[in-house]
Design a binder for this molecule. Structure first.
Ligand code: HEM
Length: 117
C-alpha cells in the first residue's frame, strides 16, 4: 500500500479522531487522558501491511507541513519534535515484531548522532 493511501485510510477513520486528539493533548499539554493503544494499533497495521521508511517519512513530512500551515511558536515546534521522536519509537517497537523492512525504516530515521553510537 502506498504511503498516501495509508494516510487516506487514517483520515477516513473519523471515529479515531477523538483518540488522536486526546493523544496530542496529552503529549503537548498533559491535559487529557489517553488510553495508550497507539503502539498496538500500529503493530496490528504492520502485521497486515509492513510500515516502511517511506510511510514514516511521508507521515512526518505531512505532519510538519500541517503544523507549519496552521501554527507557529514553541508548541508547534514541540509538536514536530515529538512527532519525529514518536515515529522513531513506533518503528523501534515494530522492528521487535521482526520485520526486516521496519528495521530498515528505523535505521533511516534515526538521528545521525544516535546512529554513530
Ligand atoms: C507510517 C506512519 C503511520 C501510519 C500509516 C498510521 C496509520 C494509522 C491508522 C490507519 C490508524 C487507525 C488504526 C485503527 O484503529 O484501525 C492510526 C491510529 C493512530 N495513530 Fe497512526 N499512523 C502512522 C504513524 C503515526 C505516528 C508517527 C503517530 C504519533 C506521532 C501516530 C499516532 C496515532 C494515534 C494516537 C492513533 C490512534 C490510536 C487509538 O485508537 O488509540 N501514528 N494510525
Amino acid at each position: 500500500m502506498t504511503p498516501v493511501r495509508f494516510c487516506r485510510t487514517l483520515v477516513r477513520r473519523r471515529h479515531h479522531l477523538p483518540a488522536i486528539g486526546d493523544f496530542w493533548e496529552k503529549v503537548l499539554f498533559n491535559t487529557a487522558v489517553y488510553n495508550g493503544r497507539a503502539m498496538e494499533v500500529h503493530r496490528r497495521l504492520h502485521r497486515r501491511e509492513p510500515l516502511t521508511a517511506a510511510h514514516f517519512s511521508r507521515w512526518v513530512q505531512l505532519w510538519d507541513d500541517a503544523v507549519d500551515a496552521r501554527h507557529d511558536g514553541p508548541v508547534a515546534e514541540l509538536a514536530k519534535a515529538q512527532a519525529a521522536r514518536i515515529a522513531v519509537a513506533i518503528q523501534r517497537n515494530l522492528s521487535a515484531v521482526g520485520d526486516a523492512a521496519s528495521q530498515r525504516a528505523e535505521l533511516s530515521l534515526r538521528p545521525a548522532a544516535a546512529r554513530s553510537r
